[in-house]
Design a protein around this ligand. Structure first.
Ligand code: ATP
Length: 853
């Protein structure tokens, strides 16, 4: 018999478990026996293989071959040095790849889910990977099922099994045994499978399989997916290919030209290949991954957890942030500020009807010490009750009029009801949004008044809950309960406030300055929503407030016309969020959208950046999101956008830096012979410059602080090329300038009978360092920006400088690099040339600000 056929008692026996769960002692034994409840990932490549893979690069192989050949026919020292440089290059590539992978791993760890488990008879929350067969787990709407479990009890329990079966309609699940044989997982209706999503109700289950011993674990290859490639990485890969061919073409031409001039064929060959190796920007893809994943790591420290790496990149283009109100913009700490009971005689002597309803019609749990626990709106009511009366009064009331049923709250009906034993009769208590209550009042004239007066209070930003009830002779059967919400007596209303979070106003301000439009989407009353939106700066005169009902009446064309004027959506059903996101996207916007419930998942998935709540959010919403806010705070989204923009900026900076340097190398080697000068550099010089510049300084640029105007410029157009905004020009003209000063140095030094080759080598090397300092900001002068503000960069520039001086002045380095110690005047000349490059790039910034003005 298989698990779905067995009666529950038999399963308990088989798994040596019971309704009160395993003991911690037993669970610890089992985790040793069965292992963690995790799907095995693809075996990682061993470290040495990752290292070896660095040599797979075609150009590196050619270079090594050429070095060996030229060593055999000519100079062996050159060959050895080139091979050493190749190894150093591989070490660098390896370190970069390793760091990128480590950063990705630590991000993965942060997204682990938790599960409610019964251990030692207590319900506790544990990381899902700690589950063992025999554990009793609790599942509720919004959870991701953490392991395969046979259901023991279910309450309107539905699961979306699309991740397993492809069937996206949620399936009703139940707990009874099924006798049929050989059922496929999709038909095993009493089993919840790992990785599927609970969309409705709740259930308890007995874990029957964990880790690889689950249905999903059996489907091989599921977790073997490669990390997603971001659009930027894709573009870079395409660009890398094109540029490699171009460089190879140029190097081939240089080789032919050199050969034709009658130079030593092996030397020209080695030079051309070295140049190709140096100029092809092979480090860029790894650097981009590092920048993105280090950025994601920094975001996690700021309470924003990136689930999908491409999100880091799209953050910089976000032009709309659609946000929930409660808990994200506000503190989700409701306080009752006024209650307005109706002054007709009540059902009780000690309490008004309104007070009874406040005390009884909720799902708050009050413990023995009088501490209430539950959802914010309801907590406020109970806290107010406890403050007005006492714990004793509360306990007496709930004891004397015990609850015998409920019609739960849902955000579409916007009300809930509880049913209570009231002597030998039944008391129905109902609370909800004022319009949701007034439509079920007996006295419809009064209903109008209730709605009007609520509207006035809501306009002050208060949340209004109305209360009503009635006494009926007896409890009908459950199927008829929904009909009880009719013909009710009005009991009164309560006004509460939920103050905005402290940092929200500043963040909204920052958003607007950054060209990002914040929009509030809420289930609350339009007047309340508007008042709060106005208070925090989202709504201003002239903006539209659209209700869910109004939105439903608009056709797509009409909605598209006004969508950009709407800053508040009120009384919106979660399903409508999808429409809002899609319409904004059709208008060309990059929209971030927050959500926490099961119904929010489609809109989170569709949004450019789906943002889930780390505290209040369901697993389902987290699963669908690109970004999780660990503190549920709107301001964190703005911080994330800022970080996203900064990362993108920095990526552009090191692309600018590396490509300019590579360009300069090509110009120098390519142009010098045409100007009647000897070959300016030896292959090892080029390889050395490449090694040094591609390495530390470029990496340090990824950590550059945000530009001052980062949040004062409009979002980056999503399709904008990496080379837009002057990056392409910069690469060409600064590359030519560097080559210019280098060739000038060569020409001048030959005339002065100086150590021209060492000088050429040094000028090119120093000007890269001068360039990296200037390129730190696109707009601000280095000394205004703060010379010392990027310490890692400063250290790497210092280190490179010392190495270069070593190459010039240490005798053994002189032998290796064929350099000569420079006289002071020669060295100063090189320094001055490098400074020209520095000042030219600083001038570029000045000219750009002039043009902008
Ligand atoms: P947001 O979408 O910003 O989180 P919200 O909390 O108001 O706003 P919902 O939870 O969908 O959104 O609530 C919609 C309306 O239902 C509320 O404005 C309120 O009037 C009413 N309501 C909320 N909670 C309860 C409750 N526990 N019982 C009865 N009515 C409630």
């Amino acid at each position: 018999m298989t698990f779905y056929q067995q009666p529950i008692s038999e399963l308990f026996r088989e798994f040596k478990s019971q309704k009160t769960g395993l003991t911690t002692y037993e669970a610890e034994k089992r985790i040793v026996e069965f292992g963690a409840n995790a799907l095995q990932e693809k075996k990682k490549k061993p470290i040495w293989l990752v290292f070896l893979a660095q040599f797979k690069d075609f150009m590196i192989l050619i270079l090594a071959a050429a070095a060996v050949v030229s060593g055999i026919v000519g100079d062996l020292t050159d060959t050895i040095i080139i091979l050493v440089i190749i190894v150093l290059n591989a070490v660098l590539g390896f370190v970069q790849e390793y760091r990128a992978e480590k950063a990705m791993d630590s991000l993965k760890k942060l997204t682990e889910t938790q599960t409610k488990v019964i251990r030692d008879g207590q319900t506790i929350s544990l990381p899902s990977k700690a589950l063992v067969p025999g554990d009793m787990i609790l599942l509720e709407a919004g959870n991701m099922v953490p392991a395969d479990a046979r259901l023991i009890e279910t309450f309107s329990f539905k699961i979306d099994e699309s991740s397993l079966t492809g069937e996206s309609v949620p399936i009703d699940k139940s707990s009874g045994p099924i006798s049929a044989e050989n059922l496929s997982p999709g038909d095993q209706l009493n089993i919840a499978f790992k990785g599927t999503l609970v969309t409705n109700g709740r259930a308890t289950g007995l874990v029957i399989g964990t880790g690889m011993k689950t249905e999903i674990g059996k489907i091989a290859g599921l977790l073997q997916e490669n990390p997603p490639i971001t659009p930027l990485q894709q573009r870079m890969a395409r660009f890398g290919k094109v540029i490699s061919y171009l460089i190879l073409g140029i190097c081939a031409l240089l080789f032919v030209a050199g050969w034709a001039r009658g130079e030593d064929i092996y030397q020209v060959l080695l030079l051309s290949i070295s140049l190709a190796v140096a100029a092809i920007p092979e480090a860029l893809p790894a650097l981009i991954t590092i920048a993105l994943s280090l950025g994601a790591g920094r975001l996690a420290k700021k309470q924003a957890l990136i689930r999908k790496l491409p999100a880091v990149e799209s953050l910089g283009s976000v032009s709309y942030i659609c946000t929930d109100k409660t808990g994200t913009l506000t503190q989700n700490k409701m306080t009752v500020v006024a209650s307005h009971p109706i002054d007709t005689p009540g059902l009780f002597t000690d309490f008004s009807n309104l007070q009874v309803a406040m005390g009884l019609c909720h799902d708050v749990h009050v413990d023995k010490k009088g501490r209430p626990e539950g959802e914010a709106t309801e907590l406020a009511l109970v806290e107010d009750f406890l403050e007005t009366f006492s714990l004793e009064a509360y306990e007496r009331l709930s004891g004397e009029i015990p609850r015998i049923g409920e019609i739960p709250f849902d955000s579409e009906r916007k009300r809930m009801s509880t049913l209570h034993q009231f002597g030998d009769q039944v008391l129905v208590l109902c609370k909800g949004a004022s319009e949701a209550i007034s439509e079920i009042l007996k006295d419809q004239n009064l209903a109008k008044e209730v709605e009007e007066s609520s509207e006035n209070l809501a306009a002050k930003g208060q949340r209004i809950l109305a209360f009503a009830g009635k006494v009926i002779p007896s409890l009908p059967n459950e199927a008829e309960w929904a009909g009880l919400e009719a013909e009710l007596e009005y009991f009164g209303k309560v006004a509460m406030i939920d103050p905005p979070r402290e940092t929200v106003k500043t963040s909204i301000h920052e958003c607007i300055a950054a060209g990002i439009k914040p929009v509030m989407i809420t289930g609350d009353h339009p007047a309340t929503a508007r008042a709060i939106a106005e208070e925090v700066g989202i709504w201003k005169e002239g903006d539209l407030v659209l209700t869910g009902a109004e939105l439903g009446n608009l056709n797509e064309e009409e909605f598209e016309k006004i969508v950009e004027q709407v800053s508040v959506y009120a009384r919106v059903a979660p399903e409508q969020k999808l429409r809002i996101v899609q319409t904004l996207q059709r208008k060309g916007h990059f929209a971030a959208m927050t959500g926490d419930g099961v119904n929010d998942a489609p809109s989170l998935k569709a949004a450019t950046i789906g943002v889930a709540m780390g505290i209040a959010g369901t697993d389902v919403s987290k699963e669908a999101a690109h970004l999780i806010l660990l503190d549920d705070n709107f301001s964190t989204i703005v911080k994330a956008v800022k970080e996203g923009r900064r990362i993108y900026d920095n990526i552009r900076k090191f692309i600018k830096y590396i490509m300019t340097c590579n360009g300069a190398e090509i110009w120098v080697i390519g142009l010098a012979p045409f100007l009647g000068l000897p070959n300016p550099l030896l292959p090892i010089h080029i390889l050395w410059i490449n090694l040094v510049t591609d390495g530390l300084p470029a990496l340090a640029l990824a950590g550059e602080k945000p530009e001052k105007d980062l949040m004062h410029r409009p979002p980056r157009p999503p399709k904008q090329s990496l080379f837009a905004e002057g990056v392409g020009y910069h690469i060409v003209w600064v590359g030519m300038l560097m080559a210019g000063v280098t060739i000038f140095t060569q020409h001048w030094a030959i005339r002065q009978d100086w150590h021209w080759q060492t000088m050429v080598f040094s000028v090119l090397s120093f000007s890269q360092l001068a360039h990296v300092m200037a390129v730190r900001s696109d707009r601000t002068f280095l000394f205004k920006q703060g010379f010392l503000s990027n310490k890692p960069l400063l250290i790497s520039v210092g280190l490179t400088m010392v190495l270069q001086l070593g190459v010039i002045y240490l005798p053994f380095m002189n032998d290796i690099f064929r350099t000569r110690p420079l006289e002071l005047v020669e060295l100063l000349f090189c320094g001055a040339m490098a400074l020209i490059v520095f000042h030219a790039v600083e001038m570029e910034k000045w000219i750009r600000t002039l043009i902008k003005k």
